[in-house]
Unconditional design. Sequence first.
Length: 348
Amino acid sequence: MWPALEREYHYQVRSLRLGLGFLTRRFIHANLQITYRCNFACRICDFWKQEHTVAEEMSLADIRAIGRKINRLGTLIISLAGGEPLLRADLPEVIRVLNAEGHFPILITNGWFVDEALAREILRAGLQEISVSVDYATAERHDAQRGKAGAWDRAIRALDLLNRHRPDLRNRVHMISVLMDDNLDDIEPLLRLAGDLGVTYMLSLYSWNRGSKTRHMPGADVTRRLLDLKAHYPQFVTLTSYLEQMDQAIAEGGIGDCQTGRLLMNIDVRGQVARCTETLDQPVGNILTEDIHEIRRRLHEVQRTTPCAQCWTSCRGFAESMTRPPRLRQIREFCTSVKRHPMKGAHS
């Protein structure tokens, strides 16, 4: 089979298996924390407050074994999480391995380490989606929040480079923001900037539960404003159903009937599996040493017996929105988010 046809066949098979996951309400998303190291000191994160080393991280062989084990549950979206994922020197190989094992690798980065060579390499390795964090419309405020001068400029440059090196429309490049108590007015300027760069835009509600972070939740009545922005800016691809529940999540501190443990799981740097990043201290087992079906059973049991309504993050919102009514709208929005926005300046 010609290489291009083989890649297309592989992509279609993975897409079908992932689609079946949505239809049957099984696992569709895993956070795989490949490092806790980070070069930033963000006010809204705790990972950087402790020292972390390369020695504590899983090897490429470990990651391959995890990809193979998870494959028994179906194709998953695997978010390569941190820390800052781009600190791993073997990141392109991590992406290739997970792609080859039948999954869709994605990641969120602060953008600091993205140069032209790296942008090209990670996208051509099979990275399905990459989001660069930009929380404010000005460099001064963004850099202050991220704890590093020059962070905003590097993030914008990263978005431009990544967009230019997308192999095709299905490799998505997002600007992503965390909605907090002081940046609602920044969302529209950021949407315009994303449009100028030719990338799409996503939004996630701040989550404060893990660690000792300050509560930075936005004020009430944001849903209508966000929906109006979504109607006006086609690059705003966050699912409507996620935005519709923002006011409730802010007022109540989260949304109930959490499906982490059934639709999503978290795997830390040592292979410990928990429902989500907020419950790292409550693992149900280790995926490197235990049977994946037994781990799935324990996760389902935790989800069934321990109700949670403590957040409304975008990863949870995406997975749950895609499996709840009106499902047709969610599926249509997801599909058009891949293709609707032009690849401004992208290479073929």
